[in-house]
Design a protein around this ligand. Structure first.
Ligand code: MN
Length: 259
């Protein structure tokens, strides 16, 4: 696996994403991460380190801790291991939007042959992250799943196995923030240039468009507040009005999931 697709899709003079390379990291535990990515649509990029790259699936609704819930996971191009630390703003081109490092940790395969499991389309594994733990499976559907029309053999399902780490808490709602910066999307954008997509927003209509419009507004306010009070690094006091929809349950201020 040589990251050709990853490099082909990106212009590294225009994106802050790492160019990266295939890494040989022997004797280390296998890394995994989930990046929450607001691009044309909100999705969660689920990545497992294997053979020097990050195998990657885009999960539109994000992982669920409920074993009854099967989440569509579209296989996408392998990413460099260095991508697993990335959080930031992609100003233009492929994946333009905001990337948040939503969870990180290590993973362990539950079988002895990862390549055979991938080929078979049935990979069982254990996660040890801040938010995601315990036993999971990725199963290839071969396009049979109703939500994956046209996906061909790129469509898989991400499912939690029943164990002590399963439950009916909505983990994406309960722990929405970054495990790297503890910030939300507006904080990440506020650290960068809130007006970067003034004329060409990556998400225009629908839920993602509305979400992005609000994030841009909040990021601009955060940045202005910070500029007015350069000694004030802690912006957490301004977070109370941040829920994007009135129907959302009020979440804990400390619900970033970070230990
Ligand atoms: Mn993505």
């Amino acid at each position: 696996m040589a990251l050709e697709d990853y490099k082909k899709k990106r212009d590294f003079s225009k994106t802050p994403e790492p160019e990266g390379k295939v890494e040989t990291r022997k004797g280390k535990e296998r890394f995994f991460c989930v990046q929450k990515h607001l691009a044309s649509h909100l999705h969660y990029d689920f990545r497992l380190e294997h053979n020097g790259v990050l195998l990657s699936w885009a999960v539109p609704k994000g992982p669920s801790l409920d074993p009854k819930v099967k989440r569509l996971a579209m296989k996408v191009e392998d990413h460099p291991v260095a991508y697993g630390e990335f959080e930031g703003v992609i100003p233009e081109g492929y994946g333009a939007g905001i990337v948040m490092l939503w969870d990180v940790g290590t993973w362990t395969p539950e079988g002895s042959d990862i390549d055979a499991a991938l080929k078979k389309g049935d990979l069982k594994f254990t996660l040890n992250g801040f938010k995601l733990k315990g036993s999971w499976v990725l199963v290839r559907t071969g396009g049979r799943y109703a939500g994956a029309r046209g996906g061909g053999d790129r469509s898989w399902l991400l499912i939690k196995h029943r164990d002590d780490w399963a439950g009916d808490v909505d983990i994406t709602e309960f722990a929405p923030r970054s495990v790297k910066s503890e910030g939300d999307f507006e904080d990440i954008l506020g650290e960068d240039t809130p007006a970067v997509w003034q004329s060409n927003r990556p998400a225009k209509g629908g839920d993602a468009g509305a979400m992005l419009a609000q994030i841009i507004e909040r990021a601009a306010k955060l940045k202005a507040t910070r500029a007015a009070r350069p000694d004030t690094k802690d912006t957490k006091d301004t977070k109370d009005t941040k829920d994007t929809k009135g129907t959302k349950p009020k979440r804990s201020k400390r619900a970033s999931g970070k230990k």
